[in-house]
Each structure stands twice: as C-alpha cells, then as structure tokens.
Write a protein that binds this ligand. Sequence first.
Ligand code: ADP
Ligand code: MG
Length: 284
Amino acid sequence: MKAIILVNPYACTEQEAYQPRRIAEELGFLGVEVQILKNAWQGDIGGGFQVPACDFAVCLDKDKYFPRMLEAHGIRLFNCARAVELCDDKLLTMIALEGKVPMPETIPAPLCYKNGSEVENEFPAERLGYPLVVKECYGSLGKQVYLARDREELFSLQKKLCLRPHLYQKFIAESAGRDLRVIAVGGEPIAAMRRINEGDFRSNLALGGRGEKAEIDGEIRTLCRVITDALGLDYCGIDLLFGREGYLVCEVNSNAFFGGIERVTHVNVARIYAEYMLRTVTST
Ligand SMILES: Nc1ncnc2c1ncn2[C@@H]1O[C@H](COP(=O)(O)OP(=O)(O)O)[C@@H](O)[C@H]1O
Ligand SMILES: [Mg+2]
C-alpha cells in the first residue's frame, strides 16, 4: 500500500510538523509506504495532471484545490474535500448540523460588498443580548473569535469584519473559559479533554487554556456519530460548550491538532487514525 500525506506548504512550526510525522510513522508500522507532499504546486489544471501513485491520501491541510483534483482522479482522501470545506466555514458547519444537534443560537452576518458600508441602526444580532460572541467563519486557535460587550463594541466589530464572512452567536455564560474537546475517528470518540482558561472566555490551548482528561459519556458518543455522519468526516476534533441543559456544539475541526490531547489523555491518536484508514481502504 502507498499513501501520501498532504501538508500546507507554509507549515513551519513543530506543532504542524508533528502531525504528518506521527501519522507517517504509524502508517509505516502498518506496512504502508508513505510520502509527505506539499498540498500545492503538484500539477497544473489544463496543463496535464500527474496523479501521484498512491492508494489513499491523508489531508492535513484545509486548502481544498489539490485535494479536489485528487478526488476527481478517484483518490480516497482522509478527510474528503467536502468535509474539510464544511468544517472550514463555521456557518456551513452549523447549517449542515441544524436540527441534528444542539447549538448556540447563531445569526449569519449579511455579505457586504463595499468597505465602509453604512452600519445599520437596527442591528438584528442585538436580540441575542449582551455580551455576544462574534466569529469569523474562517478562523482557528481562538484568534478570530471576539466578544462584544455592548452596542459600541458590536458596531466596531461589524465595521472591522464587514468584508469577511462572520456570524453573531449567543454567549454561553455557563461555559465561559471552559469547553470540551473531543477527538473522533470514524464517528467514535477516542479522547476527550476539558479545556479551562482562567484569563479568557476562549479556552483554546493556544490562548493559554490548560487541558484535563475527561470521561466519554453516552451523550458524547451520540454527538460524535451524528456530527461525523452529517459532515462526512473520518477524523475530527469537536468543541462542545457546557450549556444549561447539556452540551452545545461550538464547532467541528476537520484538521484538529492532536499533540495536546495526546499529552493530556495518553491516547495514541495517530495510531488509531492510521489503523482506521488502513481498515477503511482495505475493506472497500
Ligand atoms: N458561544 C460561545 N459562548 C461561550 N464561549 C464560546 C462561544 N463560542 C466560542 N466560545 C469559546 O471560544 C473558543 C473558540 O471558539 P471556536 O468557535 O472553537 O473557534 P476556533 O476555531 O478559533 O477554536 C471556544 O473553544 C470556546 O471556549
Ligand atoms: Mg475551537
């Protein structure tokens, strides 16, 4: 068996290098010949596309173009390009999950074509109450997630973000600075970690949150199954908020880093994912 692992050409941190290295190692232990490739520059559209010789590809990047080209040539991708696209855009994720899982009340921002367009006086997002969460649809590590404490902050965020897709969301106060990160492989939760940040409402490890091993219960199992099926995922990291009546799905990461959760839970995520991929390609 031969596999390629696609990585972003600009990836340069140790955290970014860890994921492909570990998956390559684990696939190697299972007898798979692995090549790590940049997820770009691999062939021109309309100028001849040389399909890499492989039985499957592991996509560790959110860039969809080369993965789409591979899929058009029949290569099985983990995760498939559609699933990555749905997760990359927080609103598309929520729309795909609407009616299937509990989520915080969310209002999409209208598309704005001109910079400096007049801010509306009646702002429908205000019905969510203050403070309210403002998020860019594309973002990670908590960096594109903001809190508007009053109308002034809301308007200044709206101004700043108007040309970028974004959303307004009910602030789940019970969950401020706390959430649950779950890694699911093939719809099964394999590791869970509570993330706690005393200094910020965003619990991301990248923003100073710390992780603690958490138990996996039946509610988590059901959510993982439903989310995985709805989005067509093989692998994901799901962020759950602690709502008054149970978990609320915050977001789904198709390309979740697993180094941090491995350290906290001692689960070998890379091995479980490698075994799953091999099982899947050999059974189809
Ligand atoms: N509606 C919300 N209410 C309370 N906290 C939230 C809400 N949305 C996000 N957060 C906090 O912010 C963090 C980052 O938000 P998230 O949507 O996961 O974006 P990112 O992709 O940047 O991780 C979450 O892990 C959670 O701690
Ligand atoms: Mg998150």
